[in-house]
Each structure stands twice: as C-alpha cells, then as structure tokens.
Design a protein around this ligand. Structure first.
Ligand code: ZN
Length: 468
C-alpha cells in the first residue's frame, strides 16, 4: 500500500497522486501543468504509469490544474470511471471542451507557420473529441456519501468551498486487514466566500495531502473587499467612463454577479449597463445557477428572493456573439464590462482594452492573480503604455487591483482546518511554490512542536502507507 506524488509536488499545478492498494490502482486528480512554455511542454510527456492499469480516478474539482490531463489519460488507454461531484462534472464539460478547442486552434496556428517552413505538422495536446471521451467516463457523486469504488477502497467527497462542486476526497484503503485513511484537500476555499459553503472539517486521517498555495499569506476581509468595490464604482460613475473587469470564467465571475445582486442599491449597480462578455463565463454561470443544492444559506435566500433566478440582474446583458460584443464599443460611459481572459492574455477583454484603456475617464479593475509575463501583470505593475496586437496603446484609465477575491484559503485558513483533525496525522504539503510551502511547514512545526510527520514530498516520491 503506497502513494506516489506524481504532480503538484514542490509546484502548484499538475495535481496527480497515484495510490496502490492490493492489486488496485487509484489516481487522485490528473491536472495540467500550467506556467512557462517549457513547463507546459511536460504535459506532452507520457504518463509515468500505464493508464490502462489504473482502476479508478477521483477528481477533487474542475480547475484545469486538477482535471486538465484527463482527456490525455483516456486517450492513453484509461477505461475506468472518473468519480467527482456532479457540479464538477458539469463544469468539466465546459472547461475540458474549451481546453480541447484552444489546443486545436493553437496547433493550427503553429502548423500554419510550420507548413511555410516545410516542417511536419504538430498534433494538438488533445482535441474537443478527446475531451468528450473523457467526460463520458465521469460518474456524478454527491457530498457526504461513503461509496465503495473498488475492492478495498471506499470514498467520500466533502465540500471544499473553493469553487462550485469542489471536494475534499476521503479515501479508506484496506489491504490484508490493514486499514489506512487518506484525506486529499484538493484546493480549500476562502472562508465566508460568496455563494459557497465554508470548507467542511474532516476529523480523522492517517495521511493528509494538503495544498499550500497561499501558505505564506493572509487575505483581506470580505468586508474590506466589498467596500473597495463600492468606492471604485462610485469613483467611476463620477468620471463618466466605462469599467472593465477582466474575469476568470469560473468562480470570480459568479462572485461578482452575486455581489452586484447583493449590493445592487448600495453600489448604485442600477446606474450601469452590465455586460458578461464571455461565452464560457455565460455557460459556467448557468452551471452555477443549476446547482443551488450546494449554495450557502445567504445565497439560497438571495436566490429565493430573486424568484429562484440567481444572477439574473435586470440590467445584465449576456453577449454571446462577436457582433453583440462589438456593439459594446459604442458605449463610452455607463458600461461595466466583465470579459475574459482573466489575465488579459487573450479573449474579448483585449478588444475592450483597445477601445477604453487610453481614455482617462475609464477604469480597469483586476480581481484576480496576474501571472508574470501577462498583459494583466504589466498593467498592474503600472505600465504607461502597452502593446495590444502589436500596436501601442497609452494607459489613460485608472487601474485598480482588488486583492481580497481569492478562492483559496490563506495561511490561517489552512492551519485552522489542519487543527480540526484529531491527533497529529502525517501531513504531506503539496500545491505550493517553495516559499509558501516552507512558510506553512514552519507554522505547522511550531504548532506541533517538531518536524515529525510534516512531509514535503519531492516529485515522484513514493510513501509506504504501512509505515504511517
Ligand atoms: Zn482550484
């Protein structure tokens, strides 16, 4: 009985853990490696195991760094079920297909250049069809139900409160009358977030595999975040320009729509024409709307007060077609535009930036993390001029960074969840860059009074579960 840390070991993305129990093999997550091009190239390497020999997959949530290599796994011969929460299945339907589509378009663009140089064409990492094959293997689960998924393996998903359908996976393993319980945090949510419930506490484990994305940080409170948004909207109203918000399709968009509903009067939301200008965010929002069963109490109340139609604001327009999207360019003031991509590296937001960024009365509001090397990061760092499709655009607009919107638990949140376990189970820290992970390891060590049972596994490291 052992576990091998095949991904997200000493890095943030590419979540993937292989468990061997008896003659069964279970994979927890099969995520995409995201980041610099040389890192992403690793997604093309063959799996370090035979996919046809895996008996079951458990998926914690829909984010691509946890789910994004499932189409490759199925393409490489995996034929078993993929157990995940039903809302994660619905989100993956959109996200994996979208990823397949992007892969196809990227390969086409590369191949156009290669053809000119008489080079062999490259294959897309995977296609829309590959994504659909993977989605066929999904088995929808609910929170809180213990299920036997294989001989000697029981599973229960608990609400992680990170994005819709996100789960902590509890696995009970049995081999020759020896039992071990493993708990995979997946990504844990930010306490008191909009829409979702707080992370469920789990009390028992022999091994906890814990994410540490923000192991060295503390978030601003939600109250401070909402106050900041209110102030920005009031300021922008006075200036008479448009507001642009680059958004991630899943999670951040719905948090914003929720806040606009909740603070409709306080923020003067009615003064604006709201546009959700992202086909993928529109689809993701409809998945959020369908899964009221996982809302927190306030969200349920708000939805009921809105006639059961969460996210239906009277002044919200969903712009699906390019034509509708281009129509927004006619508005110079009073338009609040939410569009992808979240880091301005592609998508419709670039059109809106081109039309608004140079205007002194416009406002640009960042509500998510901006990775190094992206247009979003340049703007956050205070660039006075940026290139959009190769053309220089002056930055006249006011640029805001609202930092409190994280979907991840901060250092205090992680520690308090860990404290909720009985005794001091062994904890393997994953999903973190070195600094946050080491900082968090120090906090756990100080709390427990020693290093024992605090692991920071190396990539591909194997841990014998008998020895726990
Ligand atoms: Zn996540």
């Amino acid at each position: 009985m052992d576990i091998q840390f095949l991904g997200a070991a000493r890095e943030v993305t590419g979540s993937c853990f292989l468990i061997r129990v008896g003659n069964q093999r279970v994979l927890v997550d099969c995520g995409l490696i995201q980041g610099a091009p040389e890192d992403e190239e690793r997604n093309r390497e063959p799996f370090p195991f035979d996919p046809s020999q895996i008996d079951a997959v458990v998926l914690t949530h829909a984010h691509l760094d946890h789910s994004g290599r499932l189409p490759l796994l199925v393409k490489a011969g995996y034929q078993g079920p993929i157990h995940t929460h039903r809302a994660s299945r619905d989100l993956c339907r959109i996200m994996l297909k979208d990823a397949g589509n992007i892969n196809e378009r990227e390969a086409e663009a590369v191949n156009r250049k290669r053809r000119r140089r008489h080079l062999e064409p490259v294959e897309p990492l995977y296609t829309v069809k590959d994504a659909q094959e993977a989605i066929r293997r999904f088995r929808a689960e609910d929170y809180g139900v213990i299920r036997k998924i294989l001989p000697g393996v029981h599973m229960r998903l608990r609400d992680a409160g990170h994005i819709l359908g996100s789960a902590i996976a509890e696995l009970w393993l049995e081999e020759n009358c020896i039992e071990r319980k493993l708990v995979f945090s997946g990504d844990l949510g930010h306490r008191d977030a909009p829409i979702l419930r707080n992370t469920e506490q789990v009390e028992e484990a022999d091994l906890i595999v814990l994410e540490t994305t923000y192991g060295d940080r503390l978030h601003r409170s939600w109250e401070a975040t909402w106050a900041e948004m209110a102030e920005i909207m009031q300021g922008a109203k006075g200036d008479g320009g448009n507001i642009m918000i680059p958004t991630f399709a899943v999670g951040r968009t719905q948090d914003l729509l929720y806040a606009f509903t909740k603070y409709y009067e306080d923020w003067g939301v009615g003064d604006w024409q709201l546009f959700l200008d992202s086909p993928m965010a529109i689809e993701a929002t409809s998945v959020y709307r369908r899964h009221e069963e996982v809302y927190n109490a306030e969200a349920s109340r708000l939805s009921a007060g809105n006639g059961g139609h969460m996210f239906d604001l009277p002044n919200l327009e969903l712009t699906r077609t390019t034509r509708q999207s281009m129509g927004i360019n006619e508005l110079h003031g009073s338009a609040l535009i939410m569009a992808g991509s979240g880091m301005c590296s592609g998508g419709r937001i670039k059109h809106h930036l081109k039309h608004n960024l140079w205007r002194e009365e416009a406002h640009l509001v960042f509500v998510g993390f901006q990775a190094r090397g992206t247009l979003g990061r340049e703007l956050v760092d205070g660039a006075r001029e940026v290139a959009i499709w190769g053309e220089p655009v002056e930055v006249g607009a006011t640029v805001h960074t609202v930092g409190g919107f994280s979907a991840h638990a901060d250092s205090d949140g992680l520690l308090s969840w860990l404290r909720g376990f009985e005794g001091h189970p062994t904890v393997a820290l994953v999903h973190g860059e070195d600094h946050p992970m080491d900082a968090f390891a120090r906090r756990v060590r100080d709390e427990r009074g020693g290093e024992e049972g605090i692991l920071r596994p190396e990539p591909a490291e194997r841990l014998d579960l008998h020895r726990l």
